[in-house]
Design a protein around this ligand. Structure first.
Ligand SMILES: NC(=O)C1=CN([C@@H]2O[C@H](COP(=O)(O)OP(=O)(O)OC[C@H]3O[C@@H](n4cnc5c(N)ncnc54)[C@H](O)[C@@H]3O)[C@@H](O)[C@H]2O)C=CC1
Ligand SMILES: O=C(O)[C@@H](O)C(=O)[C@H](O)[C@@H](O)CO
Length: 315
């Protein structure tokens, strides 16, 4: 049974993963090589406990009780007694392979080792793992990890079912929605779908078919609005599969199918317009700093999470 979780990497995702577990009763060791990352993560956890309370989605335990479950460390040795260790360090294959070699060496025999990678293959990450090769997985969270419910689960080629079932049960216990990815595909499921959507959206933008503002509305006030309560297959069922059959045949030849590099992104990147972190991307984010806009986004997402829990019967 998983009673203590280690999280390697206290960055954008690691902080949120740790937050999800400690606010749901599970002790966490959050490890990072940079003290500053750990200090920032601690401050963000403090901030989000307040924000969740302000948005009337508070936790049953006191802030003090929640913080009592959090251990911060710069030493990977600190996760040696964890039952589950989730690696969420920088997206670099050599680094992940090194971390998994270390975890394979120091962790208890029963420990389950997982990665939160967005794009790398599990079989590549675990290349040198020996002792735990029947207890490795991908557990792919979505940003922000402490609000977006989805976690994609993938077993390794030798992973036993018991490990999968334990991780799945734990994720559901802490309020996440899991899917089982049955075959190893780069980007798993949701990122592939997100990328396919992005390719068509950027193609329409590049062709001048739609403005940035209207492209946003076309997604969040249309399909995105429906996606908030049901997936694509139900939308097809409600639309009529006979209709969708025709539409798919008609439109597939029309939509973007090339592997493209889009000047709408390339030009902005070259100009240093990297998005919120640079105060300008497709849109402008004047003068209040990254945290202001991230928190503004997250307040909306927390309200959406409350509705999601009601509609999907969550906690
Ligand atoms: N940013 C996103 O939207 C998402 C990212 N991911 C994945 O999560 C992982 C982490 O991504 P982010 O949190 O965005 O990165 P990040 O750059 O915000 O944080 C990475 C953290 O790893 C730490 N780190 C580097 N080497 C380390 C080591 N040897 N041991 C311990 N910590 C180390 C860094 O100090 C940093 O704090 C990546 O694999 C990424 O693909 C998954 C879903 C979404
Ligand atoms: O969208 C997300 O949060 C995840 O699916 C990801 O992995 C990110 O999009 C990542 O690919 C880029 O930040």
């Amino acid at each position: 049974m998983i009673q203590k979780v280690g999280v390697i990497g206290a960055g954008t995702m690691g902080f949120g993963i740790a937050f999800q577990f400690i606010t749901n009763g599970i002790p966490v060791v959050l490890q990072d090589i940079k003290e500053e990352s750990l200090n920032l993560a601690k401050e963000k956890i403090k901030t989000y406990l307040t924000i969740f309370r302000e948005e009337e989605k508070s936790f049953k335990d006191s802030d003090e009780g929640i913080f009592d479950r959090l251990t911060l460390s710069t030493s990977i040795q600190e996760v040696a007694d964890c039952d589950l260790v989730i690696e969420s360090a920088t997206e670099n294959l050599e680094l992940k392979q090194k971390i998994f070699r270390q975890l394979d060496e120091i962790c208890a025999e029963h420990a389950i080792l997982t990665s939160n990678t967005s794009s790398l293959k599990l079989t590549d990450i675990i290349r040198d793992v020996e002792k735990h090769k029947d207890q490795v997985m991908l557990t792919h969270f979505f940003n922000p990890a402490h609000i977006v419910p989805l976690v994609e689960l993938l077993k390794g080629p030798e992973t036993n079912q018991e490990s999968y079932d334990e991780v799945n049960a734990l994720m559901e216990k802490v309020g996440k929605v899991t899917i089982e990815v049955r075959k190893e595909k780069p980007g798993l499921v949701a990122n592939r779908i997100q990328t396919a959507l992005a390719r068509e959206a950027l193609s329409l933008l590049e062709e001048g078919v739609v403005s940035e503002k209207d492209l946003e509305s076309a997604i969040f006030a249309g399909p995105g609005f429906r996606f908030a309560t049901s997936g694509l297959l139900k939308i097809m069922d409600f639309g009529g599969l006979d209709v969708w059959d025709i539409v798919m045949e008609q439109l597939q030849p029309e939509i973007e199918s090339n592997v493209c590099s889009f000047s709408v992104i390339k030009e902005k990147t070259e100009q240093g317009h990297l998005g919120v972190k640079a105060s300008k991307g497709f849109f402008e984010y004047p003068g209040k700093g990254l945290d202001h806009y991230v928190i503004e986004r997250d307040r909306s997402l927390i309200q959406q999470l409350k509705t999601f829990d009601k509609v999907q019967g969550g906690n």
